[in-house]
Design a protein around this ligand. Sequence first.
Ligand code: SAH
Length: 290
Amino acid sequence: MTGKDRRFPLPLSSVVEKPAKSARSQTVASMKVATPQTATKNAAQNVAQQAVRPRPVEPAAERPRAAAAPVAARAEPMVSGTVRAAMVARVAKQGVKDAKVLAALEAVPRHLFVEPALASQAYIDASLPIGHHQTISQPYIVARMIEVMRANSNGGALNKVLEIGTGCGYQAAVLSLVAKEVYSIERIKPLHELAKSNLRPLRIANIRLQYGDGMLGLAQAAPFDGIILAAAGLEVPQALLEQLAIGGRLVAPVGARHQVLQLIERVGKFEWTNTTLEDCHFVPLRPGVV
Ligand code: SAH
């Protein structure tokens, strides 16, 4: 863990466990990546299979340590610290190298951002439905985008960052561990409210949630050292390019059915460079609010 993580108050840090080595190597091969489309279907199937099972117990790390957990509880899939470490190991194996990003991913309890029926799937590397036809992003892509944003000429220092598409608030929580201030905009009111209630118990002091159309950015807080779009447009909105600080990095999925991750760097007052990174799959960026 880095010094920055200490900015998180106890409820978050209390769920952080050192990864168990065996769990790290286990997992990895057996997991499949889901797209937003398949996520809903998979989740529905898994929920159906799971319906007869008892609800997952609280993660072991959150239970009092005094008594040894009963065998049944220890066998639960929701021993979140260990399971999360395994998820992070898989993300690292897929190529994410930035230790600070991996540590942030390991610190955020993703299971608290999905509905309880899906909590046992929170640490597979897949997007999952969060309602309103939207998804919580796949951990790999969350980590990858933040890694790319951090690879700036400032050694990764980020003062203000902006996220477009708060959804359930998961990526905002991860971002709060790598940036001084995080602004996140969501256009669907109930999701904006959901993110608020997901983030409230974590008491993260450096996130500002905004209900609005992220395609317009957030002029009153600009310029941003980094901007991440969690939804794909046919192009990156001009307002966002203009709200990027010189030297800042914007990472966005671009495209319709075929999408690519793009890195845009602002190299001067009137100059931006554009690099295409890899294929990806996101929900669409839409104008206006609902
Ligand atoms: N960041 C989320 C991912 C949410 S999915 C996570 O941590 O998992 C993408 C979100 O972008 C959806 O909630 C969608 O409603 C939102 N979105 C799409 N277009 C938007 C816009 N113009 N402004 C703000 N949010 C937008």
